[in-house]
Design a protein around this ligand. Structure first.
Ligand code: SF4
Length: 320
């Protein structure tokens, strides 16, 4: 129904988040090996007015006139959002029209070395920039950037954004996302370089992620939870968390196939909330969450956000 907004989707990081997509599919300054949006990237750093901002605002207005407010409006999507030349206008209009909803921006950080781009982003409440490597070799192998993009400029750009936004308000948050790929950015040299970059950038949080769904290249596999834990330990910084939800069954202690079967059987009758499943099975929500993650990753169940009594609730049902 809408062209530039999607969701709202339940997100672990952002709660219920209404997505805003302002760049056409896979127009990006990177061509990441793990990208879930497909292979064909139009690789560019040229900023363009891809969709009229007033149209995007009218879609958000229409959605919010019929639905409760989400926790966040998030500008992200299937291309790099900072490539939109009117990003600054969009951000100021959203903040002005919907002052009570927090605004987030996900970016690959490639344009953050430009002062103008950083200034456009200042009004955002939460920026989630990514930095997948701090050595040139791993950066090129993972992100396959447009040829004029320099890693050192990216690191400096993120660091400048952090200090400039914190000067405006200490409440503004910058969470750095690092995508871990076994054998590419998992060795001592890369971990050490990442640690130096993080210490220089000083983000509020660092979030380690790995592949949940198939990426662009078949050789990119999900990194084990042990490797992620070991990287977290080696980085040895206070604000690091692992956000990847995917674990293999054999990585989960006491994983029970009878519980998995009961969950599937129970939600087959009617879609249920996490709390309902937890109550029915007499297990904690955290415990149920482990099974839900595996089953969702295997496409056996789906989640749906439903608006009821003026708020959003997430239900789980079978994949038909
Ligand atoms: S930056 Fe994002 S959209 Fe662009 S290629 Fe990488 S994962 Fe895909």
């Amino acid at each position: 129904m809408y062209k530039t907004i999607y969701g709202p989707v339940p997100s672990r990081r952002l709660g219920i988040s209404l997505g805003v997509d302002i760049v056409p599919h896979k127009i990006c300054s990177f061509n990441c090996v793990y990208c879930e949006c497909g292979k064909n990237t139009i690789l560019t750093t040229e900023r363009r007015d891809f969709v009229p901002i007033d149209f995007v605002i009218s879609e958000i207005e229409d959605f919010l006139s019929k639905n409760p407010a989400p926790d966040y409006i998030s500008i992200s999507g299937s291309g790099e959002p900072t490539l939109h030349s009117e990003l600054g206008t969009l951000i100021s209009k959203i903040k002005k029209k919907f002052p009570d909803i927090k605004l987030a921006l996900l970016t690959n950080s490639s344009l953050l070395n430009e002062k103008k781009v950083r200034e456009e982003i200042y009004p955002v409440d939460l920026v989630l920039p990514s930095l997948d490597a701090a050595t040139e070799k791993a950066f090129k192998k993972i992100d396959r950037p447009f040829n004029s993009i320099k890693l050192e400029n990216i690191i400096k750009g993120i660091a400048d954004l952090v200090s400039e936004m914190k000067n405006i308000s200490t409440k503004k948050q910058i969470w750095l996302e690092i995508f871990i790929i076994e054998g590419i950015n998992t060795d001592e040299e890369n971990i050490y370089a990442l640690k130096k970059a993080i210490e220089f950038i000083k983000p509020d949080k660092v979030q380690l992620n790995t592949l949940d769904r198939p990426g662009t290249e078949d050789w990119v596999k999900s990194t084990s939870i042990e490797t992620l834990e070991s990287i977290k330990e080696k980085l040895n910084l206070p604000n690091i968390e692992i956000i990847s939800k995917f674990k293999h069954r054999d990585e989960i202690k006491h994983y029970r196939s009878d519980i998995e079967a009961t969950i599937l059987e129970t939600i087959k009758r009617r879609p249920l909330r996490l709390e309902d499943i937890s109550e029915i099975l007499g297990l904690s929500k955290e415990e149920i969450r482990k099974y839900i993650d595996i089953l969702m990753n295997e496409n056996k169940i789906i989640q749906k956000t439903i608006c009821s009594n003026g708020s959003y609730e997430v239900f789980y049902g079978p994949k038909r």
